[in-house]
Design a protein around this ligand. Structure first.
Ligand code: FAD
Length: 402
C-alpha cells in the first residue's frame, strides 16, 4: 500500500459507510467515549437526502431511544397499525394493531440519517470524512488492521491504523470484497422480478400500507410523509424506467390498487422512478479477523417486507455495544457472538420476505397453480386467528427469540 500521508493516524475503530448501520455504530462508540473515524464516499448533503426506507419496527425505535438517537423520530414519526390487501376487486384490512397492541413507525430514512449524522458529528464530536475515494482495507487478519483512502481536498492517500474495521458500506461497498472467498459463504436468492420504485409528490391515499395483488402484477402504497408517498409496481427485471410514463404509472396504480369503495389514489408528480431487481443475499459469517460487516454489506433483503434498515439497525446495536464493551476492557464475548446472533434474525426476515413475495407475485406468474395457492395464503390470513397472529408477529418483528 502506498500513502503520502505525513503521519499515519491511529484510531480504535474505522467505520466504512455513513448509512444507518455505520452511523449508529459511530454514535454508540462516541457515547462510550471511544474514538472512531467514519469514511463515506458520498457528501454529507447526499446521504442526508437519499430516499429509501420508511417503515421502522418498534424494537428498533426503542433501541435508538435507549441510545439517545430517537428524539426527532419520536416527535415526528407516524404510527401505523394496519395494512390492507386488495385483490379480486375487494379490500381486506389487516389491523395488526388491534390484534397485538403493537405498531410500526413511519419515518423516512433521509430524516433518520440526518439525525444520526447531526448527533455523531455536531453533538458527539465524531470524526466523519465525507466524499473520500478509493477506500481499501488492509491486514484484517492481524491485530493491527488499517484502512487507506484518498482525501477529497488534497487528492493524497491517507492511512488510518486501527484495532477494528466496521464494514457498513452497503450493497455496493468494498468491505464485503475484502473477505477471502474461502472464508465465507454467500447465499443468494433471485426473485426473477423487478419493482419500479416510485416516489410521488402526493399525499398518501390511505391511512395504511396497501398491497395490490393483481393479475397485472403487484402494486404497493406506503406513506412517507404528509406530502410524499412511496409506490411500487412489479415490472420485468431490468426494465427501463423510461418505459413508464406518468400516465402509464398512474393507470397501472389505479388498476392494481383498486378495491370496492376505495377512494381514488391522489396523483402527483413522480420525483423518483427507478427499477430494482429483486434479490437477496446473506454473507456467513459476517466477520473476518478484525473486520465486522454490518447492514446491507452483510445481507441484502429485497424491500418486500420493509426489513433491510431494521436489520441494519439490529446489527449496529449488537456490534456497537460489543465493541464499546471490549474497548472498555471487557471480554470479547459480544464480538465472538455477533455474527451468529445477527444471522438468526436475518434468516428469519429473509424467510418472511420470501413467503410474502409469493403472496404479492403469485397471481401474476401466469401459473394457475401458483395463483390458487396465493389466494389460499391470503384467505388463511383472514380466516385463521393462528395464521393472523403468526403473520403479525413476523410483519412486526416481535418474536421473543430469533
Ligand atoms: P446503506 O444505507 O446503503 O449505507 C451504506 C453507506 O456506505 C452509503 O452511504 C454509501 O454511500 C457508503 N459507501 C458505499 N461504498 C463505500 C465505500 N467504498 N467507502 C465508503 N463508503 C461507502 N428497509 C426497511 O427496513 N424499511 C423500509 O421501508 C425499506 N424500504 C426500502 C425502499 C427502497 C426503495 C430501498 C432501495 C430499500 C429499502 N429498505 C427498507 C432497505 C434499507 O434502505 C437498507 O437496508 C438500509 O439503507 C441499509 O443500511 P446500511 O447502513 O447497511 O447501508
Amino acid at each position: 500500500m502506498t500513502t503520502n500521508s505525513p503521519a499515519p493516524h491511529r484510531t480504535p475503530v474505522v467505520i466504512v459507510g455513513a448509512g444507518p448501520a455505520g452511523l449508529t455504530v459511530g454514535n454508540i462508540l462516541r457515547a462510550a467515549s471511544v474514538d472512531c473515524v467514519v469514511l463515506e464516499t458520498e457528501s454529507r448533503e447526499f446521504v442526508e437526502k437519499r430516499p429509501r426506507a420508511g417503515v421502522i419496527e418498534e424494537w428498533a425505535v426503542r433501541g435508538l431511544e435507549r441510545r439517545g438517537l430517537a428524539g426527532n423520530l419520536l416527535a415526528r414519526a407516524q404510527r401505523h397499525t394496519a395494512c390492507e390487501f386488495r385483490f379480486g376487486g375487494e379490500r381486506y384490512r389487516f389491523s395488526y394493531g388491534d390484534l397485538t397492541g403493537r405498531h410500526h413507525w413511519v419515518y423516512p430514512q433521509p430524516l433518520l440519517v440526518t439525525d444520526l449524522v447531526h448527533e455523531y458529528v455536531d453533538v458527539r464530536a465524531g470524526d466523519a470524512r465525507f466524499s473520500v475515494r478509493d477506500v481499501e482495507l488492509h491486514d484484517l487478519e492481524s491485530a493491527h488492521p488499517s484502512v487507506s483512502f484518498t482525501c477529497p481536498e488534497t487528492g493524497e492517500r491517507r492511512l488510518l491504523h486501527c484495532e477494528f474495521v466496521v464494514g457498513a458500506d452497503g450493497a455496493r461497498g468494498v468491505s464485503r470484497g475484502a473477505l477471502p472467498p474461502e472464508h465465507l459463504r454467500i447465499a443468494r436468492h433471485d426473485y426473477g422480478i423487478g419493482w419500479l420504485a416510485l416516489l410521488a409528490e402526493a399525499p398518501p391515499s390511505s391511512d395504511c400500507v396497501l398491497f395490490g395483488v393483481h393479475p397485472n402484477g403487484f402494486a404497493g402504497h406506503m406513506a412517507r410523509s404528509p406530502e410524499v408517498t412511496r409506490y411500487y409496481l412489479q415490472c420485468p427485471p431490468g426494465d427501463d424506467p423510461d418505459n413508464w410514463s406518468h400516465d402509464r404509472v398512474w393507470s397501472e396504480l389505479h388498476a392494481r390498487l383498486s378495491g370496492a369503495g376505495a377512494p381514488p389514489l391522489t396523483e402527483g408528480p413522480l420525483i423518483e422512478k427507478r427499477v430494482l431487481d429483486m434479490h437477496d443475499y446473506v454473507v456467513e459469517p459476517m466477520t473476518y479477523g478484525r473486520l465486522f460487516l454490518a447492514g446491507d454489506a452483510a445481507h441484502l433483503v429485497a424491500p418486500i417486507a420493509a426489513k433491510g434498515m431494521n436489520l441494519a439497525l439490529h446489527d449496529a446495536f449488537v456490534l456497537g455495544d460489543a465493541l464499546a464493551a471490549y474497548l472498555d476492557g471487557g471480554d470479547g464475548a459480544g464480538l465472538d457472538g455477533y455474527s451468529d446472533l445477527c444471522l438468526r434474525r436475518v434468516w428469519d426476515y429473509q424467510e418472511f420476505s420470501q413467503w410474502l413475495s409469493e403472496v404479492y407475485h403469485g397471481t401474476a406468474a401466469g401459473d394457475p397453480f401458483r395463483a390458487g395457492t396465493t389466494f389460499a395464503r391470503l384467505r388463511r390470513l383472514f380466516t385463521s386467528p393462528a395464521a393472523a397472529a403468526a403473520f403479525a408477529e413476523q410483519y412486526l418483528g416481535t418474536a421473543e427469540h430469533y
